[in-house]
Write a protein of this length. Structure first.
Length: 118
């Protein structure tokens, strides 16, 4: 029950952020586009994860949403920041399976705020 209230509060916080958002450039067209992105992204991800029952998975989604909010407020961009390839990882050759070490490095280097883009 506590998670349900936390999720609802988080959803309200995101929608309020979408209403009061001002783009970094200050341009009205980009502000409108970014506001729409925030609202549509929130609706899509909350609907996608609405049927989760595992409390750990729900907690992970809550952490991801909070991280994305903080990053958006800090950098003043609502879009997720790009993820760099980890050092010492190699590009996969055509037709070759990727090694276990490279897979593990890629998985470990993936930040929490892009888990929903799998």
């Amino acid at each position: 029950m506590a998670q349900r209230m936390q999720v609802r509060g988080l959803y309200r916080r995101i929608l309020r952020l979408g209403q009061t958002w001002v783009s970094k450039s200050g341009d009205t067209a980009s502000t409108t586009a970014e506001k729409d992105y925030i609202k549509k992204e929130a609706q899509a991800l909350f609907r996608k994860n609405g049927d989760l029952t595992d409390s750990q998975a729900i907690a992970d989604c809550i952490r991801e949403a909070e991280a994305r909010i903080e990053i958006a407020l800090h950098y003043q961009i609502p879009y997720p920041r790009p993820v760099n390839v980890p050092p010492l990882s190699m590009a996969r050759r055509l037709g070759k399976e990727q090694g276990i070490v490279q897979e593990r490095m890629k998985k470990q280097s993936k930040p929490i705020y892009v888990k929903s883009f799998d």
